[in-house]
Ligand binder design. Sequence first.
Ligand SMILES: Cc1cc2nc3c(=O)[nH]c(=O)nc-3n(C[C@H](O)[C@H](O)[C@H](O)COP(=O)(O)O)c2cc1C
Length: 169
Amino acid sequence: MEFAELVKQRYSVRGYQSTPVEEEKLNQVLEAARLAPTAVNRQPFQLIVVHTEGREADMQRIYHREWFLSAPLVICACAVRAEGWTRADGKDYTDVDVAIVVDHLTLAAADLGLGTCWVGSFDRDAVIDVLKLPAEAEPLVILPIGYAADPPRPKERKPLAELVRYKHW
Ligand SMILES: Cc1cc2nc3c(=O)[nH]c(=O)nc-3n(C[C@H](O)[C@H](O)[C@H](O)COP(=O)(O)O)c2cc1C
């Protein structure tokens, strides 16, 4: 899909068909994540792929929404802060890196006709327990993936004039 069209078409899908995601498509989406840029190319992240069939109780512990259960696939994007880059003034860029990785996942999925939804308001302790995360991994985003059952909505965004300044603040 042409890029301008792709960014218009991606939306947060909060309801999925039961159709499984083809392994080839999953691998293409993961490859797009692998190619994401990261600060100093540190690649300080881990992705945990979960096929949700039979794990409904675990998924409900992670994010207690009815629609979330419909996703056949969930990816948990974790920051591995010790591997990330920190600027001289102490600013840690690991979260930025993980956000770029997740954006690649969402756009690659949309390009393949798949829906996703960033989920940040998950139960952190439940994720750590269910996915057996070690202390060095911090879950940042949970991303359900699947074929959309939820129709697109019009984009509500501020106009560029409210978001962009030229020459100075
Ligand atoms: C960092 C982040 C966290 C988010 N967390 C949630 C969430 O916990 N639950 C949810 O339903 N949507 C979540 N969203 C989705 C946003 O609500 C959504 O992207 C925004 O309203 C714009 O809508 P669109 O994605 O359909 O364009 C999150 C998005 C981002 C970028």
